[in-house]
Design a protein around this ligand. Structure first.
Ligand code: ACO
Length: 334
């Protein structure tokens, strides 16, 4: 048995900044409402004249992660790609990464677990490494939300939250099983699938039906029962962090850095208070990027690492909750 450890991190955010004031020119919203309810000041949205997509941004982040790992692209044994906004209905973004980065004909797996996508993706990669099947796995989270959002007042409850971006890491074999990823914890509760959903296009509700339907059919835009999701998020975040700590005989005092999914600053602050964490024990960047769903945890982890906030020997906890519902945590000895 082996452990796995992160040996390279990378992120890519489109340069185009969209402020809350910019949004208030598109819909009936305002900076005060958005900041007060979510903590978000601005987000990045891919501009119309850009070639960026989830796969393209993922490839850019992955290139940086591979460079920083000290490996070459030929050392990568497998790709795991998490997104809810793939370039195509099929094939998935993973195979595009193989092509865009010119990797060998390695396997590529797409993960569809929305805000928990990166947690699920890194857990899968960890299992492949722990069993010895692969040595170096590229794990990517990327989202191109902005092209699929309702930018009118009708969509304001959801649209103001989401941003575009990508993050990636190289997960590699670690012989010392007291280091690296100690454990991962994954959960779901499908009875709440319709609380946070893009219901179409789907095989149940295919494109011609949408075209023919009346104007009221907006099921191709994300729907979220925000208050309901919020209430479940705070409970599940706490549970799954505790589950990870207990599995490793750790307590909340052992957390050196918590990287929560960047869904809402108020959720992160609730967790911070509950676990009695100082400001330097939790990392948030939702203020700058909004909710980048499957990319959010890996973008935040990369940024925390770039800012020197994660050091060797520390306990780093990753946690997420989102559509599905799905939720999960990762306990790392860095
Ligand atoms: N600007 C101004 N007013 C707005 C906006 C806006 N952008 N959006 C909604 N409002 C209005 C509503 O119409 C409502 O008005 P009313 O009282 O007259 O009806 C009022 O503000 C309150 O709306 P709520 O939806 O009740 O606001 P809430 O306080 O719940 O905040 C939010 C909404 C920010 C979405 C919050 O519920 C939340 O963060 N939920 C959790 C999100 C989350 O964790 N998602 C999981 C990850 S995402 C994924 O998995 C894809």
């Amino acid at each position: 048995m082996y452990n796995s450890k992160i040996i390279g991190l990378g992120k890519y955010l489109p340069e185009n900044v969209v402020t809350n004031d910019d949004l208030s020119k598109m819909m009936d919203t305002n900076d005060e409402w958005i900041q007060e309810r979510t903590g978000i000041k601005e987000r990045r949205w891919i501009p119309e004249d850009s070639n960026d997509t989830s796969a393209v941004m993922g490839a850019k982040a992955a290139k940086i992660a591979i460079e920083r790992s000290g490996l070459t692209k030929d050392d990568i044994d497998f790709i795991v790609f998490a997104t809810l906004s793939p370039d195509y209905y099929f094939p998935g973004c993973g195979v595009q990464i193989q092509d865009l980065l010119g990797l060998q004909n390695v396997g590529a797996l797409d993960v569809r677990n929305q805000c928990s996508g990166f947690i699920y993706a890194i857990s899968v990669a960890d299992q492949f490494i722990k069993t010895g099947m692969y040595k170096n796995v590229l794990v990517i989270g990327a989202e191109y939300h902005s092209n699929g959002l309702d930018k009118t007042t009708r969509g304001r409850g959801v649209t103001v939250i989401f941003g575009d971006g990508a993050g990636a890491c190289v997960l590699s074999r670690e012989e010392d099983t007291t280091k690296g990823i100690l454990s991962t914890h994954l959960h779901s509760e499908g009875k709440y699938a319709d609380k946070l959903i893009v219901a179409s296009p789907s095989i149940k509700h295919w494109v011609p039906e949408i075209i023919e339907s009346n104007e009221e059919d907006i099921s191709y835009y994300p729907y979220m029962d925000g208050t309901f999701v919020f209430k479940h998020a705070v409970v599940r975040f706490s549970e799954v962090i505790m589950e990870g700590l207990m599995k490793n005989n750790l307590t909340k005092e052992d957390i050196d850095m918590l990287i929560p999914h960047q869904a809402n600053l108020r959720i992160a602050q609730f967790i911070q208070k509950k676990f009695k964490l100082r400001d330097d024990q939790i990392f948030n960047n939702i203020m700058k990027y909004g909710n980048t769903t499957a990319a959010s945890v890996i973008i935040a982890l990369t940024e925390a690492w770039e800012e020197g906030k994660i050091k060797s020997g520390q306990h780093v906890v990753l946690a997420a909750f989102g559509s599905g519902f799905t939720w999960g945590s990762v306990i790392i000895k860095w």
